[in-house]
Design a protein around this ligand. Structure first.
Ligand code: FAD
Length: 308
């Protein structure tokens, strides 16, 4: 697949991504949406305060209805995580967990925010002292050390593979891998030590992380533990693309009223642009991003046609 088939790509199929797909599709853009519904903040919610929803609609039902609606506007869905994103020559290149590489003219980031914590003893206490939520940010601190990555999905698998470049030993602690066959094969061929059917019971240490107690009663001596629950971290993907984050907290993508980021052709919408973390805000921004991205793609096509 390539930019000939789709001109607007959306990472994220929560309310922001779905609304963006509906509005881009309605402007006749060729839209593809990446992501998994179960990783949306909305998936487990019972929605109380979204206009016209009353207290009868579950988040899961809303996400399914949104997908069907976006499909009716021509959007195509690929239920895969993006594990790499970069921009080259005014184009955006996305790599999926199953190894597909796609090039697009326009990209909308709608990956929500990562709220997932492991919630075990030692996690809070050792944040920044061996506990990390970002392989791309912290891998270099663990050169030559033994580390563990905890998680079942693409973020954990990709993180463990990336850590091999730095750490001496990399363990992947997972209950059951929920990743593509290709990523699974890469893991099996790599030096990552997979500890399956187990989970972290406690993170132990004195001043810094010294090890993990696992639910199968084994203990693991490690100096670092990377908690990677869910998909590849939104901020890591965004940082790779070179987007500017908000100056105050450095944790949200900065956009203008058109949902444009600092990079031409790159838009962001929903929780990823900051609070309030609400569906109403996500769909509002998704609508604007969808319209603007479609318009950007149309202008680009027009100017390329006129240049012959
Ligand atoms: C328990 C709970 C209850 C809530 N109740 C309400 C409520 O009553 N009213 C309300 O207004 N809001 C509520 N919210 C908040 C609301 O769910 C969020 O504000 C909303 O879902 C944000 O939408 P979003 O599209 O920005 O992100 P999300 O809905 O979080 O969607 C993010 C999407 O990005 C995808 N993604 C992330 N990383 C990648 C990647 N690397 N590759 C591919 N895809 C990726 C995910 O798979 C997901 O599809 C609730 C949230 C929770 C957790």
């Amino acid at each position: 697949m390539s930019d000939q088939l789709y001109n607007v790509a959306i990472i994220g199929r929560g309310p922001a991504g779905l609304q963006a797909a509906i509005h881009s599709g309605s402007k006749k853009a060729k839209v593809i949406v990446f992501g998994k519904p179960r990783n949306s903040g909305l998936y487990k919610a019972r929605v109380a305060n979204f206009c016209c929803s009353e207290d009868v609609i579950t988040g899961k039902e809303m996400l399914e209805a949104g997908r069907k609606q976006a499909e009716s506007f021509g959007a195509v869905f690929l239920e895969e995580d993006i594990i790499e994103a970069k921009s080259e020559n005014n184009r955006f290149i996305l790599v999926t967990e199953s190894g597909g590489a796609f090039t697009f003219e326009t990209l909308i980031l709608a990956m929500g925010v990562a709220r997932k914590k492991l919630q075990v003893k030692g996690e809070k206490e050792f944040v920044g002292r061996g506990v990390s939520y970002c392989v791309d940010c912290d891998a270099t601190f663990f050169k030559g050390m033994d580390v563990a990555v905890v998680g079942n999905e693409s973020a954990a698998a990709a993180g463990a593979l990336a850590l091999l470049l730095y750490a001496r030993t990399v363990y992947l602690v997972c209950r059951k891998p929920m990743i593509s066959d290709l990523l699974h094969e890469r893991l099996k061929r790599s030096e990552v030590r997979i500890l399956q059917d187990t989970w972290v019971k406690e993170i132990v240490g004195a001043n810094e992380v010294e090890g993990l107690m696992l639910t199968n009663d084994e203990s693991l001596k490690v100096s670092g533990v990377f908690i990677e629950l869910g998909a590849k971290g939104a901020m890591e993907l965004a940082a790779n693309l070179g987007v500017v984050f908000d100056a105050e907290t450095f944790s949200f993508i900065e956009t203008n009223k058109k949902q444009e980021t600092n990079i031409p052709g790159l838009y962001a919408a929903g929780d990823i642009t900051g609070q309030p973390w609400q569906i109403a805000k996500a769909v509002g921004e998704g609508c604007t991003a969808g319209i603007e991205a479609a318009e950007y793609a149309r202008k680009l096509a027009d100017s390329e046609r006129s240049r012959g």
